[in-house]
Design a protein around this ligand. Structure first.
Ligand SMILES: [Zn+2]
Length: 474
């Protein structure tokens, strides 16, 4: 098109120059005749000038045509360079386009699965404050008695770790470690009815001689060496007679004691001005429902625990699943170590890391799959030690979801998912585990699938159905 236009332009210019010069020649001719009549230069001289003019005419045309051709060539050259640059740019644009598509997918997933994490951080702070105020009241109330000493609460579980799969009615789980009061010691004994994967223990309460101990309050007698009558007259009841069954700490009795305390202490707490509180029935923990005037509610579950040595492994009063063992049985819990691991990951992670969103999204996707949330959490914890923090940027969310699903599928196929805290060489140093954990054989969370091939086939079938929904359901 451009070439046709140029050819037409060249022809037009040629025609114009010709016409202009012809007009000029006619004028010259008239002038020549006039000059001849007046006796001017000779005809030879004049015809030489005409030849020169004709040459000039042609020359002028070629200059214009040449310039146009040069312009055309220049234009064509520029165009081809631009095209090359464009093709390079378009490659970049394509990858930008892909990123944009990926971000759009993440947006769709976030909307569809309500991934925007509710205000877990502010809820966590409010719960931490509530527990701290409650424990302060308990210390002043029980300082002269022999109830277990309540240590600062530790937030554990999905809400405190920041990935709660619940949309509303979030449950904040708080571990309250128990320490022996004056004159007592706790001894952890393996339960005879020990079962895997959760180690069962009992907490034996022993009396310690306090005769030689410097006591700020001289009224406190030694349970071992003062006479029973003297003790009965002057001292409050022993822990062994209040919250124990036999010589063992009783989870049920502790729960009931704490629930009664919460109900009686509530009115003195500043939180009573902002929330209405209800203690819900729970036999091994203290469940509270807190409701704001706006109607927004959340739950707090206080679980009693005993620390194993100075490690991050605790014994918990609350069994995670039925059937409940005897109330003097305490179950080994990794909840504190897990919460610490997630805090450690958050400190290493890039801003807007997607690991919590990934966990939340996968928890939603696996709803109804029969796979436990704990298996999923274990998978993501393994991946967090395998995949570097920079690869958990928000833009990689879908890739990490894919990794998680792929890892879980492989584990189902292999009938083996290793427990995170046993024999794990990739454990961050910050997590303090009892020495036996490092040397232990890895514990298989999918042992039940290894023992039952039909259950494994069923689990795989369900999982594949879910994956189909994930990839083709949109
Ligand atoms: Zn004594």
């Amino acid at each position: 098109m451009v070439i046709l236009l140029l050819i037409w332009l060249v022809q037009w210019i040629y025609h114009y120059i010709n016409e202009y010069l012809d007009k000029d020649v006619n004028q010259q001719r008239t002038q020549l005749l006039q000059e001849l009549a007046q006796g001017g230069p000779t005809l030879e001289q004049r015809s030489w000038g005409a030849v020169l003019w004709t040459a000039l005419r042609k020359w002028l045309f070629w200059v214009v045509a040449g310039t146009l051709m040069l312009l055309l060539a220049h234009r064509w050259l520029r165009k081809s360079i631009c095209e090359e640059e464009n093709s390079r740019d378009s490659e970049n644009e394509e990858s930008e386009e892909e990123n944009r598509a990926e971000m759009n997918m993440i947006y769709i997933f976030s909307r569809r699965f309500h991934l925007s994490v509710p205000k877990l951080a502010s809820g966590r702070r409010a719960v931490q404050e509530l527990l701290s105020d409650l424990l302060q009241v308990s210390h002043s109330l029980f300082s002269d008695s022999f109830f277990p000493v309540l240590e600062p609460a530790i937030g554990v579980g999905s809400a405190c770790e920041g990935w709660s799969p619940q949309k509303e009615d979030v449950v904040y789980c708080m571990f309250v470690p128990l320490k022996p009061p004056h004159g007592y010691a706790f001894h952890l004994e393996p339960d005879i009815m020990r079962e895997m994967p959760q180690m069962r223990m009992r907490v034996r309460v022993e009396l310690v001689c306090t005769c030689t101990r410097e006591q700020p309050n001289q009224k406190i007698l030694c349970f071992l060496h003062n006479s029973a009558e003297e003790l009965k007259r002057n001292q409050v009841a022993s822990l062994l007679h209040t919250l124990c069954t036999g010589p063992y700490l009783d989870g049920e009795k502790i729960a009931l004691w704490f629930q009664t305390f919460v109900i009686s202490a509530w009115s003195v707490l500043p939180q009573s001005h902002y929330y209405s509180m209800k203690v819900l029935p729970s036999c091994r923990s203290c469940k509270m429902k807190l409701m704001k005037a706006s109607g927004r509610s959340f739950f707090v579950e206080v679980v009693f625990s005993v620390q194993q040595g100075d490690s991050d492994i605790f014994l918990s009063s609350q069994p995670t699943e039925a059937p409940f063992p005897p109330s003097t049985t305490w179950l080994e819990s990794y909840a504190v170590a897990e919460a610490k691991f997630f805090r450690h990951v958050s400190m290493q992670a890039p801003p807007h890391s997607c690991h919590l969103k990934c966990l939340r999204l996968c928890a939603r996707l696996l709803e109804g799959s029969g796979l436990s949330i704990y298996a999923l959490k274990t998978t993501v914890m393994h991946l967090l030690t395998l995949i570097p923090p920079s690869e958990w940027q928000h833009k990689y969310l879908l890739m990490r979801v894919d990794d998680t699903m792929h890892y879980l599928r492989c584990c189902l196929e292999e009938k083996c998912l290793k427990h995170f805290f046993f024999g794990n060489e990739d454990m961050p140093e910050e997590i303090s585990l009892p020495p036996a954990f490092q040397e232990a054989q890895p514990l298989n969370l999918f042992q039940h699938l290894a023992d039952d091939p039909a259950a494994q086939t069923e689990a795989l079938k369900k999982f594949d159905k879910l994956q189909y929904y994930l990839y083709f359901g949109f």
